[in-house]
Design a binder for this molecule. Structure first.
Ligand code: EPZ
Length: 419
């Protein structure tokens, strides 16, 4: 089990090239199941979750060749309708294969993704959408069994703007006869990127990025080429690394409009943010005394839940009192106890954390519970006095390509050791 060792106190400065978005690449690679044609997807990050989805595509009958940041997907055999537990348990996003498999084969057998440390993560919104389209759904032995011989386009109103449910239903609707309209759809940039890819395959998807998406079904889709958007959460994590170390970082290859909520909040906290839309760069300068800023996470375009833990790390060393209300997941405060062990003054009341900034955090051995909590502990270690040893770093490999070498290049004293 690898560990990350950080000696705090260094100011970060330099330039970071942002990777492709994990949460856009995953549904786009899964969407290649909608065609037997060849698809070429570029700017795909090198992450554990991407390896998992490539393995899943192989199990389902695809031939996948990865060269650097480019993934080529073509048909190797007829599609297989079952996504096994062994893979789904590794990555919840595997549930997204339901859309393409039902669209192509009119049936699917997908392992129910379990919950995870940040919440129960049910899939009721996905299943309600499929049954409204006419699918018969049975839950048996931990699997979702779908039979869908007569799907028809319908109006689907999502009870919550679920990112995954929006993606799953968009994909199945592309090959479902008639018109499907999603109301209260998720508006994340990753949804828009998936829609661009689907339309490149010959689908008719309109309104992605808004809360109403209209899909007119077509008989079949062809292969397409696509470049994945930059990862806004990775980008935000580096901006917060600059802020917490009072350093100055320039991000390259980023989409500033995807980070509006974070950039506005950073400015409110007193961080200098320079945006150059013409060159897709953002520079932040964390020098000077920061102010506490209270946030509430909410669906895009509000403050993203995937940056909540990282924001908490910054507020933990910002003089004054701030609050964080987590409105997306029911248990996304597992990083609080680890930050408190480093000397942070944080307590939680239900889904709200109250943070009193302290002058100094102290390095300590800490444990990563989930991907983004891990990033928060790394940020805290960068500014803590002494040495922080971060355990269970495999969580980080799911969502951050080259975090340690990137931070090292920015001046951090950070190292990854295998034990
Ligand atoms: C996506 O997860 C992201 N993952 C998550 O990023 C992100 O935190 C989340 O969206 C919210 O933005 C990927 O895109 C692969 P949801 P997803 O369906 O689709 C509830 C990361 O760190 N819900 O929008 O699973 C659910 O329990 C990961 O990169 C239902 O109740 O998120 C949660 O409380 C973590 N029923 C809320 O909605 C459903 O059928 C948001 O879930 C579906 C969801």
């Amino acid at each position: 089990m690898d560990k990350i060792i950080i000696k705090g106190g260094r100011q970060l400065s330099g330039t970071v090239q942002v990777s492709g978005s994990k949460n856009a690449a995953l549904p786009i690679l899964i969407a290649t199941l909608l065609t037997d044609g060849e698809c070429v997807v570029r700017n795909v990050p090198e992450l554990k979750d991407i390896e998992t989805v490539i393995a899943l595509l192989g199990v389902l009958g695809k031939q996948v060749v990865r060269q650097g940041d480019t993934v080529q997907v073509s048909a190797s055999s007829s599609l297989y309708a079952e996504a096994p537990y062994e893979i789904v348990r590794r990555m919840r996003a595997s549930i997204l294969v339901m859309g393409p498999l039902v669209a192509r084969l009119k049936r699917a057998r997908v392992s129910l993704p379990g919950g995870c440390v940040i919440g129960r993560r049910p899939v009721d919104i996905h299943l309600k959408g499929f049954s409204t389209l006419g699918a018969d759904i049975t839950l048996r032995e931990g699997y979702i069994e779908v039979q869908a011989n007569h799907l028809r386009g319908r109006d689907l109103r999502l009870t919550f703007p679920s990112v995954g449910a929006t993606e799953n239903l968009m994909m199945v609707a592309t090959l479902t006869s008639g018109t499907t309209r999603l109301f209260n759809a998720a508006r994340e940039p990753e949804i828009e990127d998936l829609a661009r890819f689907l339309n490149g395959m010959g689908a008719h998807v309109q309104g992605a990025g808004t809360s109403r998406i209209t899909i007119v079904g077509v008989p079949s889709l062809h292969g397409a080429h696509h470049r994945v958007i930059p990862d806004r959460i990775e980008a935000g994590t580096y901006l917060l690394a600059a802020a917490i170390t009072q350093g100055r970082i320039t991000l390259q290859g980023v989409e500033p409009p995807h980070l509006t909520a974070l950039l506005q909040t950073l400015r409110k906290a007193g961080v200098q943010v320079l945006i150059d839309a013409s060159s897709n760069t953002i520079t932040t300068d964390g020098k000077g005394r920061l102010r506490p800023v209270t946030i509430k996470t909410a669906p895009y375009p509000s403050f993203p839940t995937d940056l909540q833990a990282q924001w908490m790390a910054l507020m933990a060393v910002t003089a004054g009192v701030s609050r964080i209300t987590e409105q997306i997941f029911e248990d996304r405060f597992l990083h609080v106890s680890e930050l408190v062990r480093m000397g942070a003054d944080i307590h939680t009341e239900g889904n709200t954390a109250i943070i009193r900034g302290v002058k100094v955090l102290c390095g300590a051995p800490v444990m990563v519970s989930d991907l983004r909590a891990g990033a928060a502990l790394i940020l805290a270690g960068l500014v803590a006095k002494g040495t922080t040893v971060v355990h269970r770093v495999y969580h980080l490999d799911r969502g951050y390509a080259a975090l340690v070498p990137q931070l090292c290049a920015l001046g951090a004293s950070i190292d990854r050791i295998s034990s």
